[in-house]
Design a protein around this ligand. Structure first.
Ligand code: SF4
Length: 290
């Protein structure tokens, strides 16, 4: 585990879209008054995954594609922590795809930010799961994380933002953090974060993004409506951004994983080092699952 209480200077290329996410994470934590020792940033593998080194939080650089498993584990160990997982599209949508799908189902109260630049920037610009047809010889259609997230019938918070609009990114992240701090479950944000070195899409994306809250009939509580709006936006050549799913306030099924599984262990794990207590809770959990 790396403790980044003293942040180091960023190693990102000047102008990288990931700077917008870094700024948003700092501003959102400040706005909500989250102290650094109560926030854990779990970084994936790739340029974006080093984000925890550049901010005053406790951080961990997770295994490739495994950041969600580690973030959920941290949340289970200490539900009072604010846990943010942050990585790239290659990390989250390729090797990490299994964890990605199940994170929506598990519904732990963590925030997951995917910085999507449609390439593997750290390894010099190969095609990733979100790359457009023809990019670096890519012959596959791009994966769309928002449509996939909408198709999983769990009451999660789902949004897409753009690093070219860091103010909105901050607002959406504040909303996502409030959602998780209220133990309402998993919050997913895909941030369009251009790689200015290997796939500079800033200009193109600035022209193509469309805020879905401006679409007629916008209703983020209605999954089918939002699926239709996103598809229509894409068919018109635009990229849907904004909050695409915000479940109803009172939904008992939305109760987060840590509250469902560990009602006897709420509280900082560090304060509970009695093995007997932990074993009793573990045995109870195993029996309830049998
Ligand atoms: Fe950002 Fe691309 Fe540079 Fe990586 S290679 S730091 S993704 S601009």
């Amino acid at each position: 585990m790396v403790q980044s209480v003293k942040p180091v200077p960023s190693i990102w290329c000047p102008g990288c879209g990931d700077f917008g996410v870094l700024a948003a994470v700092k501003k959102a934590a400040a706005e909500l008054g989250i102290p650094p020792h109560e926030e854990v940033l779990v970084g994936g593998i790739g340029c974006s995954g080093s984000i925890h080194n550049f901010i005053e939080v406790n951080g961990i650089h997770a295994l490739h594609g495994r950041l969600l498993a580690q973030a959920v584990g941290i949340k289970l160990a200490n539900p009072k922590l604010t846990v943010i997982a942050a990585g790239g599209d290659g990390d989250g949508y390729a090797i990490g795809m299994g964890h990605f799908m199940h994170a929506f189902k598990k519904n732990a109260s963590i925030v997951y930010i995917v910085m999507n630049n449609e390439t593997y920037g750290l390894t010099k610009g190969q095609a990733s799961p979100t790359s457009q047809l023809g990019f670096e010889g890519n012959v596959e259609h791009p994966f769309d994380a928002i449509l996939t997230a909408l198709s999983i019938p769990t009451p999660n918070f789902i949004a897409r933002t753009f690093s070219g609009d860091p103010r909105t990114m901050t607002q959406v992240l504040v909303e996502a953090l409030k959602f998780t701090k209220a133990d309402r479950g998993f919050a997913f944000i895909e941030d369009l974060s251009p790689c200015v070195t290997y796939n500079d899409t800033f200009k193109e994306w600035r022209e193509r993004v469309f805020d879905v809250s401006k679409a007629p009939g916008y209703d983020p509580t209605d999954r089918s409506t939002m699926f239709r709006i996103c598809l229509e936006t894409m068919h018109a050549g635009k990229i849907p951004i904004g909050v695409v799913h915000r479940p109803h306030e009172a939904d008992p099924a939305a109760q987060a994983l840590e509250l469902k599984l560990l009602p006897d262990l709420l509280g900082p794990a560090v304060a509970d080092i009695d093995l007997t207590t932990n074993m009793a809770a573990y045995e109870k959990l195993v029996k309830s699952a049998a």
